[in-house]
Design a protein around this ligand. Structure first.
Ligand SMILES: [Zn+2]
Length: 445
């Protein structure tokens, strides 16, 4: 993307020449892509050009009117690239300007040299896409094309993914099965522990932190998709008998399950804090279509306040600008020293709102609290377009602050490095984690 007035040249040059530390992705392992569709990786439903639309842009196609049966054919491995074009073409003019659509188009332009999608170009793109999947291509796409130094990956098919590239793909430890869903089958299978009472649940949670706490970059939890974030204080005496009933397979009601989740989630927060791990939480908008309970989403931030106060030494990273409640997030980050804000996903959910958010955030909140990029994709190719959108937005936000007299050019340029990478280094202790990763990748004697 070109920078247009009022883009400030010095700001633009600084942003273009600085690598992002990418604080949130769901990238498949490179080996999963090399194995192909038979590997059964999450959201890897086809390996033609439509794959680039599966993770998020398909939502916009659906909302634009693509029937569910056509969406199924569009993402199928058994439909030709050309036929997919005829399914896609009626809806593309309506989504090409959204963040989801634009990020894919920018990725295609930069990676495959095709300016536009057409009946002809989708076949060439498919060819390029398949040929590009080679050993080492993750490093090339992320470093050389997207301008991303390292990513933080929340695996969608593992509680913790032991990655083949620990210095490129730092990993989150998911606390979904541990403390919000309390998925006993997963916990028992992965830990090998019987987990018959509350002490057993603590032991299982401890096991994950002992195994992975040092390597992990953070904990990650997206329970906001399934429940409110009002994780109340529930004592061990209250939780123990409820948990025993759950562990024995007896029915428990929704309030009882919530009490167990509340208690164990808070236990995971205390373990994360002991291991120096920031606690990443999904807040705001939902991926998908047709299922977002806005009342629950609207309460995300007010629901979190007791937790923020009860864990003053925990670093909470609140994701996705809590869109569309981003004004409240600015207030929260300004008020609570332990709240950090991550723009991950936000640049494609609503890029213009995110420009506005960055401006208002910087005018109100200490600048070290802001992390400015996370692609939030399973397909590595799409990180390219998202990173380009993010750079465009960052240049615009900082340039406008200069034009409008809120910042000097020098002040704005000085903010670029911390916003794009320095804040992430400080928040996630990346220098120490990188040294540990290097020691893990050393060949054993
Ligand atoms: Zn995500």
């Amino acid at each position: 993307m070109e920078s247009h007035p009022p883009a400030n040249q010095a700001i633009a040059e600084q942003v273009q020449s600085t690598q992002f530390v990418d604080t949130h992705e769901h990238l498949l392992e490179e080996s999963q892509r090399l194995h192909g569709l038979s590997y059964g990786a999450p959201l890897f439903t086809c390996d033609d050009w439509a794959y680039l639309f599966v993770h998020y842009a398909l939502d916009d196609l659906t909302v634009a009117g693509m029937p569910i049966t056509e969406a199924g054919r569009f993402t199928s491995p058994d439909v030709s690239a050309r036929e997919k074009w005829t399914l896609f073409a009626p809806y593309w003019p309506n989504i090409r300007q959204t963040g989801y659509g634009r990020a894919v188009l920018l990725s295609i332009r930069k990676l495959f040299g095709e300016d536009e999608l057409s009946a002809e170009s989708v076949e060439r793109i498919t060819d390029h896409l398949r040929k590009g999947v080679q050993k080492g291509y993750y490093y090339h796409i992320l470093h050389d094309v997207a301008g991303v130094e390292s990513c933080q990956v929340n695996s969608l098919d593992r509680t913790f993914r032991v990655t083949e590239y620990p210095d490129l793909l730092f990993q989150d430890l998911s606390t979904i099965p541990l403390g919000s869903e309390v998925n006993l089958d997963t916990l028992r299978r992965e830990t090998g522990l019987p987990i018959s009472d509350l002490q057993g649940a603590y032991q299982a949670i401890d096991w994950y932190f002992e195994q992975y706490g040092q390597q992990a970059i953070a904990t990650k939890n997206q329970s906001a998709y399934a429940r409110r974030l009002n994780y109340a204080q529930v004592t061990a005496e209250e939780a123990a008998p409820l948990f025993e009933r759950l562990a024995r397979g007896y029915e428990i009601n929704a309030n009882e399950l919530k009490a167990i989740q509340d208690h164990l989630f808070r236990y995971t927060v205390s373990r994360a804090t002991a291991y120096g791990l920031p606690v990443k939480l999904h807040t705001g908008y939902y991926a998908g279509t047709g299922s977002m309970p806005l009342e629950r989403v609207s309460r995300n931030l007010q629901d979190l306040c007791p937790l923020l106060q009860d864990f003053p030494n925990t670093t909470f990273v609140l994701m996705h600008i809590t869109y569309p409640y981003q004004d409240e997030l600015i207030a929260l980050a300004k008020h609570y020293a332990n709240v950090y804000v991550d723009l991950c996903w936000a640049w494609i959910v609503n890029p213009v709102a995110t420009v506005r958010f960055v401006k208002e955030f910087l005018a109100a909140v200490p600048a070290n609290k802001l992390l400015t990029f996370g692609g939030d994709y399973t397909a590595v190719e799409n990180v390219v377009g998202h990173a380009e959108l993010a750079r465009h937005g960052l240049i615009q936000a900082l340039s406008e602050l200069v034009v409008e007299g809120w910042l000097s050019e020098h002040e704005a340029v000085s903010l670029v490095e911390p916003l794009m990478r320095g804040n992430a280094y400080a928040t996630f202790h990346i220098t120490e984690k990188a040294a540990l990763s290097a020691s893990l990748t050393k060949p054993t004697q």
